[in-house]
Design a protein around this ligand. Structure first.
Ligand code: RM4
Ligand code: MN
Ligand code: MN
Length: 429
């Protein structure tokens, strides 16, 4: 469908030019007083990238209901069209993570070409053994990679091998495994044996990892198993990644921890132990809420990036985390939510780039807790919006992506091409 993005973006740039320049110059003077060159920070902002999840461009749902809207993507090609819109406006999301079999292409080469024409890469494959597919011999009701029945485990391993073979054709370089395995009731599972079985299956997957690829394993405290999960926290994830070998890494989804867990500490430890593979960014109030990044705990997001930027600046060997979003939208337009999240993650990164690390180190040496926190707060409370906007502008994106997107009426226009599934209550606003 033809939206005149170039014209809309041009309008937005013209409208905002004077105010943006004013704000940017003012911030530039403020930062210069702190010994920071705003142009250098802008370059770092522009170089930042975070992948979007193909599954995030469709409306999610809860275990109670899903409210599909008109104009939603109906297949992986339409999903990539939506991902293209996101990147067209925010300029920091050129990579898309695929979920298999939700995104299973009939012709992988055609899908890769379709993505390439839109300036997108397909860097990570995600396997799905947490639900049954219409055609499959064995059920995952009681688990997949850790199932008691070897036939179920073999089927789940085969699915992961398939994902990686497909990924090679798509140009991916990483495979990510999250399982729903666990127990809903005390006593349901022999906890140690389930772990042994999981590791056995993961070894088969690790051994088939294509050359140059990394394997990510994602822990989660609970859900869909409500009493225990097999890969329940970062410590277990770390142990498993170590057991598997040097190309296995831990993936941290911000919504997969117990309330109040100090996630930046988890991140720091995984960096220190050489096993931080990447992130699924989102935000949460209670559990795996999959809310937009930065909507509930922006300071926590900043503190996570404080660890990441420190590690990058210290050139910690092997430090090369992959940044991805993982969220689900029930009440917002997924394109808007993903744009907001990408920009919030970028904001936290840029704020972390402003931390006066020499001063922080000195306060830490002197055990000056007040000044150490003040140093972090100085960076966190700096309004870096003009830097982000200028980076987008220089990269050909929108100064105000939400405004441009709304002006495009993309979803309304698409509603005709992609009608909602009214049998499931879609389309009623
Ligand atoms: C899980 C987990 C996985 C994602 C699925 C859809 O909670 O976060 O990363 O693939 O949801
Ligand atoms: Mn996730
Ligand atoms: Mn999740």
């Amino acid at each position: 469908m033809a939206v005149a993005w170039d014209a809309l973006v041009e309008d937005d740039r013209r409208r905002s030019e004077a105010a943006l320049r004013d704000d940017y110059e003012h911030l530039g003077r403020q930062l210069a007083r702190r010994g920071i060159d705003i142009a250098t920070v802008q370059e770092r902002a522009a170089a930042f990238v975070v992948a979007v999840p193909s599954w995030g461009v469709a409306t999610g749902g809860t275990r109670f209901a899903r409210f599909p809207g008109a104009g939603e993507p109906r297949n992986v090609f339409e999903k990539l069209d939506d991902c293209h819109v996101i990147n067209r406006l925010v300029r920091i999301t050129p990579d898309v993570s695929l979920h298999i079999p939700w995104d299973e292409p009939e012709d992988p080469a055609a899908l890769r070409a379709f993505a390439g024409e839109r300036g997108l890469t397909l860097g990570t494959t995600n396997s799905n053994t947490f639900e049954n597919q219409p055609v499959q011999a064995h059920s995952y009701k009681f688990g997949s990679l850790s199932h008691t029945d070897p036939a179920v485990r073999e089927q789940a391993v085969a699915h992961n091998l398939h994902c990686m073979e497909l990924g090679v054709k798509l140009g991916a370089t990483a495979h990510s495994v999250w399982i729903g395995d666990g127990g809903n009731f005390p006593g349901q599972q022999h906890v140690r044996r389930a772990m042994d079985r999981y590791l056995g299956s993961m070894r088969a997957i690790y051994d088939a990892l294509p050359p140059g690829w990394r394997l990510f394993i994602e822990h989660k405290l609970y859900e869909p198993a409500f009493y225990s999960t097999v890969l329940n926290d970062w410590g277990v994830s770390y142990h498993c990644a170590r057991e598997l070998g040097p190309r296995a890494y831990c993936l941290v989804d911000l919504g997969h921890h117990a309330p109040n867990v100090n996630i930046e500490m988890v991140v720091a430890r995984l960096i220190q132990f050489g096993k931080l593979g990447g992130f699924h960014f989102n935000d949460s109030q209670y559990g795996d809420d999959d809310l937009d990044a930065g909507s509930i705990k922006p300071f926590q997001l900043f503190l996570v990036f404080n660890e990441l930027v420190a590690a990058a600046e210290e050139r910690v060997p092997g430090f090369e985390p992959g940044y991805m979003l993982d969220q689900s939208h029930n009440v917002t337009d997924p394109i808007e939510s993903l744009m907001v999240s990408a920009m919030e993650v970028q904001r936290a990164y840029v704020q972390a780039c402003l931390v006066d690390r020499a001063a922080l180190a000195e306060h830490q040496e002197r055990n000056d807790a007040i000044m150490a926190l003040a140093t972090l707060k100085q960076a966190f409370t700096t309004d870096v919006a003009p830097i982000l906007a200028m980076a987008r502008r220089a990269g050909g994106g929108a100064v105000d992506p939400l405004a441009v997107y709304r002006a495009s009426r993309y979803r309304q226009v698409l509603a005709k091409e992609r009608p909602a599934d009214t049998r499931r209550g879609g389309g009623i606003v």
